[in-house]
Design a protein around this ligand. Structure first.
Ligand SMILES: *Cc1c(COP(=O)(O)O)cnc(C)c1O
Length: 383
């Protein structure tokens, strides 16, 4: 009986023990409201939040005043897209994005379409990458925002956001980069990546769930946003509501950890991922979905032809795997990402995502390989 192995880190990661330790006092002893500036409790909470703001800013090469704390990347994306559309309505109401973006982006765009906005959803090739000439042609004088993710959560495919940002800026539009899946795995830098807006989520890099951030550029250009949530004017009026101090403190600590260790963790993950992937490819009738050149070090989205991914998952109860993103796995719909990449329906239903994390070991990869090979062989023999 092999031990259970968690291979679904693109859905969420555990809170690092050192991060939890830093958070704990802010639930009880240091429980102050960060907006209460008339006493020591409030001031202590406020100072902790501002320290976390510096830590999160440092992870992405931003200034602390450019960071707005939110409940996660979904909220940050909603704030960015809806906030830009409202403020820049004079310029127009056209958005450009990719068909392979996260549902938070796509559903937000679909909602705005119902209110009269226009959205261009660009296709991608089999490698998961768009045609940049087509992207350039899609940007119009009334395009207020172009939204492209740094790393895809299902395939790990990396977008050339620096090149995309240059095109967007030449066309005088704004660029939103969803870096939720990239932060802590590869280098993310708002200036190198050319982001005017960039979103993050703590629980994807060993921080707590329910805390995220939106970077909002303050210079060259200064980006304005309309808030989604109105209230006491917290976060410079962009996100009212009493701050989640323990969550924010945890996000700051996780950001420090991510910045310090991203390189070594990336090397470790890339080694494990490559080993597992190469051996699984040896099975035959297995292929990698998406670009292998432009890919996160921890993600492997594999198609096991002739096998149903849901049956494979059922036969592997000791492994935490996913057929697509956590957000759509409840729906049993074929992955919109693989669909957009032109992968045949049967192969989409035969695809599984392995997303590794820093605590995975070589020993675990051997167990995973043996279990997956046995399950695939069993299911293929039955077919
Ligand atoms: C997880 C994820 C999100 C949503 O983040 P939450 O903080 O869970 O709302 C958005 N985009 C990408 C690419 C993600 O992986």
């Amino acid at each position: 009986m092999s031990a259970s192995v968690y291979l679904d880190h693109n859905a969420t990661t555990p809170v690092d023990p050192s991060v939890l330790e830093v958070m704990l006092p802010y639930f009880s002893h240091d429980f102050g409201n960060a907006a209460s500036h008339t006493h020591a409790w409030g001031l202590k909470a406020s100072r902790a939040v501002e320290k976390a703001r510096e830590q999160v800013a440092a992870l992405v090469g931003a200034e602390p005043q450019e960071i707005v704390f939110t409940s996660g990347a979904t909220e940050a994306i909603n704030l960015a897209i809806k906030g830009v559309c409202e403020i820049y309505a004079q310029k127009g109401r056209h958005i450009v994005t990719l068909q392979t973006e996260h549902k938070a982006v796509l559903d937000c765009c679909a909602y705005l379409e119902k209110t009269g906005a226009e959205v261009t959803y660009l296709p991608v090739g089999r490698d998961g990458l768009p045609d940049l000439a087509q992207l350039e042609r899609a940007i119009r004088p009334d395009t207020v925002l172009v939204a492209v993710m740094r790393a895809n959560n299902e395939t790990g495919v990396l977008q050339p956001v620096d090149a995309i940002a240059r095109i967007v800026h030449e066309k005088k539009s704004l660029f939103l980069c969803d870096a939720t899946q990239a932060a802590g795995k590869i280098r993310v830098d708002v200036n190198e990546d050319g982001a005017d807006l960039l979103c993050l989520s703590a629980h994807k890099f060993y921080g707590p769930k329910g805390t995220g951030a939106l970077y909002v550029r303050r210079r060259n250009p200064r980006v304005s946003l309309a808030p989604l949530i109105h209230g006491g004017g917290h976060e410079r009026g962009l996100r009212s509501g009493t701050l989640n101090v323990p969550g924010i403190v945890g996000m700051g600590a996780a950001a420090v950890l991510a910045a310090e260790n991203a390189w070594t963790i990336g090397e470790h993950l890339s080694k494990l991922r490559t080993w597992l992937e190469q051996h699984l490819l040896d099975l035959g009738g297995v292929y990698i979905n998406g670009s292998t050149r432009h890919r996160l070090p921890n993600t492997s989205n594999l198609c096991f032809t002739g096998v149903r991914a849901d049956q494979l998952i059922t036969r592997l109860p000791q492994l935490a795997l996913s057929a697509g993103s956590a957000c759509t796995s409840a729906l049993r719909e074929p992955s919109h990402v693989l669909l957009a990449m032109g992968i045949p329906q049967a192969d989409i239903h035969a695809s599984l995502r392995f997303s590794l994390g820093k605590d995975n070991t070589e020993e675990q990869m051997k167990e995973v390989l043996a279990a997956v090979v046995a399950a695939v062989n069993h299911l293929r023999a039955q077919a």
